[in-house]
Design a protein around this ligand. Structure first.
Ligand code: GLA
Length: 408
């Protein structure tokens, strides 16, 4: 009897092992640094068509964004038409008359990658067909079209469990056989940072951003959030992010109507957070000021640093926050964010400061270690931590520095 029980246990264990092995993994090495690209939603909403996407791909190249590291051109909600008789999803034939495959080919011909959007529920947030029940067919279709990135939303999912629903799509992508960055968009409702690392490459940590620096937009049953509000929701999440698995504080609103100082702060802080840098403006018509912010390679290098460590708030006083982000090769990034509407004076007596990063166990004792610094928004402004830093910061603006260990 005992033998039979042992045999049964062995069989069950064997089956479990087989089950685990059969479970597909996510495609690795697709997002070793936070993904960079563009997405249609923040500026265009449902008003998407193939002309917009093609022109955006053209401008990604001609504006210097591709050269600065932006890679993905992603259509968000509302590209969908009906499912065909066999259940396969089709693009809206009026908005995308050439079909998605031709569009992906066009984007690829520019040396860029192509992304699309779906939803784990029965419909998307824009009321288009969702992937619920069609996950494997949809992933197969995306693979056939040449999709490189899937953003997967969470509307119309009553009764579904987030982890399982996202796992199903991960399996479907794996089965379809084409590596795709998998962007989890369930707004942080189910603490994806606790379970999504083996499933996706990035996960939204909050509800939607909107084009305002310091506001909440109450839609009745939900709110969208300004830049500062979203920033404040990132506290305590940094230990979950790293190469291949990023916290996503949402796509950017740079160039969508905030002031230049606010856009600069937004971009600086997203870089300090090692956030995905997904532009959300009309890059075909952006101002030179917007273009310069989005293509500031020194700030982008902070975001894309190979160490992949999210920055942290070091101090906060009278609405002025000092942030640090450890970088590779013993370098650091530092940002000073002025949350106030008015200009402030800022003094930093380096020698009195000791910066400790609990996560990487790195410390800077400025009294003992000297750094050269470079201002990343005004590159000719350079200094040394031997001296005091004494400066002014305009309302809602941010200073950003790169600190390099001094040679002597
Ligand atoms: C949700 C997402 C947004 C966008 C819209 C599209 O609100 O969070 O980023 O994709 O749906 O309808």
């Amino acid at each position: 009897m005992q033998k039979i029980t042992r045999l049964a246990a062995l069989v069950v264990a064997g089956l479990c092992l087989l089950g685990t092995q059969a479970q597909a993994k996510k495609f690795e090495h697709l997002a070793q640094t936070p993904p960079m690209g563009w997405n249609s939603w923040n500026n265009f909403g449902c008003d998407v068509d193939e002309k917009l996407i093609k022109e955006t791909a053209d401008y990604m190249v001609s504006s210097g964004m591709k050269d600065a590291g932006y890679e993905y051109v992603n259509i968000d909600d509302c590209w969908h038409g009906e499912r065909d008789a066999n259940g396969f999803i089709q693009a809206d034939p009026e908005r995308f008359p050439s079909g998605i495959k031709a569009l992906a080919d066009y984007v690829h011909s520019k040396g860029l990658k192509f992304g699309i959007y779906s939803d784990a529920g029965w419909t998307t947030c824009g009321g288009k067909p969702g992937s619920r029940g069609y996950e494997f067919q949809d992933a197969q279709m995306y693979a056939k079209w040449g999709v490189d990135y899937l953003k997967y939303d969470w509307c119309a999912t009553d009764g579904l469990k987030a982890e399982g629903a996202y796992q199903t799509m991960r399996e479907a992508i794996h089965k379809a056989g084409r590596p795709m960055v998998f962007s989890i968009c369930e707004w942080g409702d189910n603490q994806p940072w606790e379970w999504a690392k083996p499933i996706g490459h990035l996960w939204r940590t909050t509800g939607d951003i909107y084009n305002c620096f310091d506001c909440e937009y109450d839609h009745g049953t939900w709110s969208s959030w300004g830049v500062l509000q979203i920033l404040d929701m990132q506290d305590d999440l940094r230990q979950y992010a790293g190469p291949g698995h990023w916290n996503d504080p949402d796509m950017m609103e740079v160039g969508n109507g905030m002031t230049e100082a606010e856009d600069r702060s937004h971009f600086s802080m997203w870089a300090m957070l090692a956030a995905p840098l997904i532009a959300g403006n009309d890059i075909r018509n952006m101002s030179e000021a917007t273009r310069k912010i989005l293509t500031n390679k020194a700030v982008i290098a902070v975001d894309q640093d190979e160490l992949g460590v999210q920055g942290f708030k070091y101090s906060s006083k009278n609405g002025v926050e000092v942030w640090f982000k450890p970088l590779a090769n013993d370098e650091w990034a530092m940002a000073v964010l002025n949350r106030n509407k008015g200009e402030v004076k800022f003094e930093f007596k380096w020698r009195n400061e000791v910066v400790k990063d609990e996560l990487t166990h790195r410390t800077i004792t400025f009294n003992e270690q000297k750094f050269d610094w470079q201002d990343l928004w005004n590159k000719s402004n350079k200094g040394h931590t031997k001296k005091f830093l004494k400066t002014k910061i305009a309302g809602h603006d941010t200073l950003m520095f790169r600190l390099t260990p001094a040679k002597n």
